[in-house]
Design a protein around this ligand. Structure first.
Ligand SMILES: [Mn+2]
Length: 378
């Protein structure tokens, strides 16, 4: 029986460039990745794991700094009773990350190269197999060909790739495989990487045959909820693994219906109720407000966002509301105001473009106010 810690997709030094987050938050998030890496090291030590598997994308090659390499090597080196395996993935391919080839890595670390390779560890009666990336893409379905005969050893495979089982074309630029390939390959455990959410695979008898741990620190709003690492025991007979949440922060997306709310103070209360159980001071939120609601003149979504920014570590508000109408009176009265409202409402119903919708909503508020005899500041 072998005690393992299985992780992947840390993306250390990730740029968070596509995230639209403010600069200070991006800097924080980059530090958070290292904090999570530290937690992984501490856990590996506390749990006395025999092997630590990092199944691809440990680094983000475009932004990787020498300091990060020094740090990672030093911390991994501290685990002197653990053998560490690093698999180059599509974000840190072997031939692109020159540190993989040239850096003097600690001797407890094995880095897989740009092809299939196996590493026996006699005292554990274990063979660790891996298929590293040479460059950013690997579209060959390499697992299809990789079938190992039963031996006396425990066989673990590290693979960074895309499960195409449920996709119609069964193709991917990232080492495509499917459930059948996992089943017939004959490995005792397949330590997957590349998908950023946890997923576990079992054979027809319910034995665990492999898993994606997901990214231990989520990288954006497409990686919601809990994230962590896999900890467990692998043997020839059965595998016992569990996901252990350890991310520094979590991302949440919430949709809130604010129909009938009486001003933004009331919306703020509703919103607080929703986010309070989700540890808002540490976490990131994207809130979509929907329903029918008319913003008071001068109350923009930016103003509202500003009122709320201290409620959470990061909060972004998206306005998906439509202006409310003053009942049948307004819509069926034959007044200038009603025909104006009906016309704009029809255009709003058809308009898909967010910027156009914003303009129409503003036109609705301002126009209605003018026609009621109010004054406008534009
Ligand atoms: Mn990847």
């Amino acid at each position: 029986m072998i005690r393992i810690l299985h992780t992947a997709d840390l993306h250390l030094d990730n740029g968070f460039t596509a995230s639209n987050l403010p600069y200070e938050i991006i800097k924080d998030r980059q530090r958070d990745l290292l904090t999570t890496f530290d937690r992984i090291i501490e856990l590996a030590r506390e749990e006395r794991v025999d092997i630590l598997l990092i199944s691809g994308d440990l680094f983000e090659h475009r932004y990787i700094k020498l300091n990060t390499i020094h740090y990672v090597n030093k911390r991994l080196g501290e685990l002197n009773n653990t053998k560490i395996f690093i698999l180059p993935g599509n974000h840190d391919p072997y031939n692109v990350v020159h540190f993989y080839r040239t850096y003097p890595w600690n001797k407890n670390i094995h880095i897989f190269k740009d092809r299939y390779e196996k590493v026996p560890i006699r005292k554990l009666n274990l063979i660790v197999h891996g298929i590293g990336y040479g460059y950013q893409e690997e579209s060959r379905p390499l697992l299809e060909q990789l079938i190992i005969p039963p031996t006396g050893e425990i066989n673990i495979l590290m693979l960074h790739g895309t499960d195409t089982t449920s996709s119609p074309q069964k193709q991917s630029k990232y080492l495509p495989f499917n459930y059948e390939d996992l089943l017939k390959s004959g490995f005792d455990y397949i330590a997957l990487g590349h998908f950023h959410n946890y997923k576990i695979y079992k054979d027809l008898y319910g034995k665990i045959i492999g898993a994606y741990p997901g990214s231990p620190e989520p990288l954006g709003f497409d990686e919601l909820g809990n994230h962590g690492i896999i900890l467990g025991e692998i043997s020839r007979e059965k595998n016992n693994i569990d996901i252990l949440p350890l991310s520094k922060r979590q991302y949440y997306k919430l949709d809130i219906d604010i129909t009938g709310a009486n001003g933004w103070e009331e919306i703020k209360i509703t919103l607080l109720e929703k986010i309070t159980p989700l540890n808002p001071k540490d976490n990131l939120f994207k809130i979509r407000l929907y329903g029918s609601f008319s913003w008071e003149l001068g109350e923009t979504i930016e103003f509202f966002q500003n009122q709320l920014k201290d409620l959470a570590y990061y909060i972004h508000i998206q306005d998906d509301t439509a202006p409310e109408y003053e009942g049948e009176d307004l819509l069926y009265n034959n007044t200038l105001l009603s025909s104006y409202s009906i016309k704009l409402q029809k255009r709003l119903e058809q308009e898909k473009d967010e910027r156009q919708r914003k303009i129409l909503k503003k036109a609705m508020t301002i126009g209605a106010n003018v026609l009621r005899g109010g004054k406008n500041k534009i």
